[in-house]
Design a protein around this ligand. Structure first.
Ligand SMILES: CC(C)(COP(=O)(O)OP(=O)(O)OC[C@H]1O[C@@H](n2cnc3c(N)ncnc32)[C@H](O)[C@@H]1OP(=O)(O)O)[C@@H](O)C(=O)NCCC(=O)NCCS
Length: 186
């Protein structure tokens, strides 16, 4: 897996690179922030150092996941971004992103753009999809500006914090990405 950056990312000082166990210390400084955990239905109990390390090891061994650290100029992990549930016969994968530090400065947008670039230009997927809480307006806005299309609302799909939540599924196709970036079709 190659590191991914571009001119705009360089200007912002962020990059995506494969995550490693040495990122655990930095991740532990923000992973249990309620502003982050509220957006993930799987996060009901606090994440421990050991469970985070086990997760990274599992991702590194997986054939169907590619997990990256979003790193700053000092190569410190300020977030994570991943392509999961990669299903090669159809060429699709689910995106996930979590910015731990520096929200609202354009870093999440840039990290998501870099993740999409990896999915289409390195992994040659046909389609990426994402599921977010219906009330995650920031994520919905980011999907819209990156050209994702809403596929539908999964009504009361997740149970989190004592209630059910509607989830929105959105996707972007390779040909839409290539047209938006003036890239020739593959
Ligand atoms: C979602 C997340 C990746 C976004 O990253 P970020 O760096 O905070 O976002 P950015 O600054 O790059 O961009 C946010 C955009 O949303 C807009 N925005 C912010 N709050 C908004 C709101 N309440 N409603 C609509 N748009 C909003 C901003 O104006 C900006 O748009 P612009 O670039 O067109 O001006 C990050 O906040 C995060 O990790 N949150 C917690 C975890 C999470 O929600 N992950 C997604 C799970 S699917």
């Amino acid at each position: 897996m190659k590191d991914v950056t571009d001119d705009k990312a360089n200007e912002l000082g962020i990059r995506l690179r494969p995550i490693t166990l040495s990122d655990v210390e930095a991740i532990m400084t923000w992973i249990n922030d309620p502003e982050i955990t509220k957006n993930f239905a799987g996060f009901n109990d606090p994440i421990t150092r050991d469970s985070e390390a086990a997760f990274i090891a599992k991702m590194a061994a997986s054939q169907t996941d590619h997990l990256y650290a979003i790193v700053d100029r000092a190569d410190v992990a300020i977030g994570t971004a991943g392509i999961h549930q990669i299903y090669r016969p159809a060429g699709n994968g689910r995106l996930g992103i979590m910015l731990g530090r520096g929200r609202g400065r354009g870093w999440g947008r840039k990290a998501l753009e870099l993740l999409v670039q990896i999915a289409f230009e390195q992994l040659h997927l046909h389609k990426v999809w994402i599921v977010h809480f219906a009330d995650n307006a920031r994520m919905a806005h980011l999907c819209e500006v990156l050209g994702f299309k809403v596929e539908g609302v999964l009504r009361e799909e997740y149970f989190h914090r004592d209630r059910h939540w509607d989830m929105v599924r959105e996707s972007l196709l390779a040909h839409e990405y290539r047209a938006a970036h003036a890239l020739p079709s593959e």
